[in-house]
Design a protein around this ligand. Structure first.
Ligand code: NAD
Ligand code: LMR
Length: 339
């Protein structure tokens, strides 16, 4: 009967699920800054991911509590909390994916670059520890300014002799998440079906959503495309202002970070055709780093995909973002190379 065949197929699905999580390889994920506004919900979401077998939560304070709490959830991964620099090595050892949301967030009136003075030093020292303890890990950089913190990590890895350009990622997934949400609203498309590539960098005008490539197609008028572009570029500021001094996006960022880390894990596990936008070493433009679609695989970036056809408006946007992005990249490189 229809009922019994449904039972059989449900049963089959359960078996397959069980099998999939047991057969999926051991994967250790480390979160640096795990007690923070992003770190805590990100720890929760990574605890829910069946591809993770070990979850290491590191911060300068607060992680024993976060780890104890998250560890009671009855999902696959074993959870451990690490606190203070003397435990950083243990947190990183054997890690496959290191996610970094460590550092201070913006307050109203600040740019992401205003965070440079504090966060650059944090990222520099965490990157040195990664080079020492888990040089093969995929690094997912969330700490701002991403346009500078990714080049800083690259320079630290180069100096340590561990740099592999396929394994360093600036997380720009939140820009994609926002572009999808905002586009779905205007295009009256089911949000789960929407795709929008976002290229460039992760600050203001360097964030360039390519709505001309958005699917499903909606043929929105030029003024609506401009408004959507602006809203995507200012999405972070929208949240900073709404939080009025209590920080920046944490929950939507945790979601975006979990999506990107999951894509990295799938790539490592050999799942084909895993494609996400990310700020990576690139030859798509003359700049050494640029965000675009990348194909993820067993070694991290398998292929950096090109920009595809751009509208006139997007071509202008691309041209005008180059100077700011270039300056932010150079600022990171310079910082990393001063003693
Ligand atoms: P938060 O202040 O709530 O948390 C930051 C955490 O980092 C704190 O728990 C702090 O103890 C920890 N920390 C500080 N120094 C550290 C160190 N040396 N080692 C380990 N941990 C350390 O801030 P948040 O809201 O979670 O934001 C964190 C960062 O993420 C900020 O720089 C913010 O701008 C950035 N961010 C990026 C994106 C993005 O799209 N890439 C989105 C949102 C926020
Ligand atoms: C964001 O885009 O929400 C983050 O980069 C945080 C910020 O400062 O806007």
């Amino acid at each position: 009967s229809a009922l019994s065949s449904k039972c059989i197929s449900d049963h089959h699905l359960l078996l397959r699920r069980g099998f999939a999580s047991e057969a999926s390889p051991d994967r250790k994920v480390t979160v640096l800054g795990a007690a923070g506004g992003i770190g805590q919900p990100l720890a929760l979401l990574m605890k829910l991911n069946p591809l993770v077998s070990r979850l290491a939560l590191y911060d300068i304070a607060g992680t024993p509590g976060v780890a104890a709490d998250v560890s009671h959830i009855n999902t696959r991964s074993e959870v451990a909390g690490y606190v203070g620099e003397e435990q950083l090595g243990q947190a990183l050892e054997g890690s496959d994916v290191v996610i970094i949301p460590a550092g201070v967030p913006r307050k109203p009136g600040m740019t992401r670059d205003d965070l440079f003075n504090i966060n650059a030093g944090i990222v520099k020292s965490l990157s040195a520890a990664i080079a020492k303890y888990c040089p093969n890990a995929l690094v997912n950089m969330i700490s701002n300014p991403v346009n500078s913190t990714v080049p800083i990590a690259a320079e630290v890895f180069k100096k340590a002799g561990t740099y592999d350009e396929r394994k360093l990622f600036g997380v720009t997934t939140l820009d994609v998440v926002r572009a999808k949400t905002f586009y779905a609203g205007k295009a009256k498309a089911p949000v789960a079906e929407v795709n929008v590539p976002v290229v460039g960098g992760h600050a203001g005008v360097t964030i360039l959503p390519l709505f001309s490539q958005a699917t499903p197609k909606a043929n929105l008028p030029e003024d609506e495309i401009k408004a959507l572009t602006k809203r995507t570029q200012d999405g972070g500021t929208e949240v900073v202002e709404a939080k009025a001094g209590k920080g920046s996006a944490t929950l939507s960022m945790a979601y975006a970070g979990a999506i990107f880390a999951d894509a990295c894990l799938k790539g490592l596990n050999g799942v084909p055709d895993v494609i996400e936008c990310s700020f990576v070493q690139s030859t798509v433009t003359d700049l050494p780093f640029f965000a675009s679609k990348v194909r993820l695989g067993k070694n991290g970036v398998e292929e950096v995909l090109g920009l595809g056809p751009l509208s006139e408006y997007e071509k202008q946007g691309l041209e005008s973002l180059i100077p700011e992005l270039k300056a932010s990249i150079e600022k990171g490189i310079k910082f990393a190379n001063q003693s």
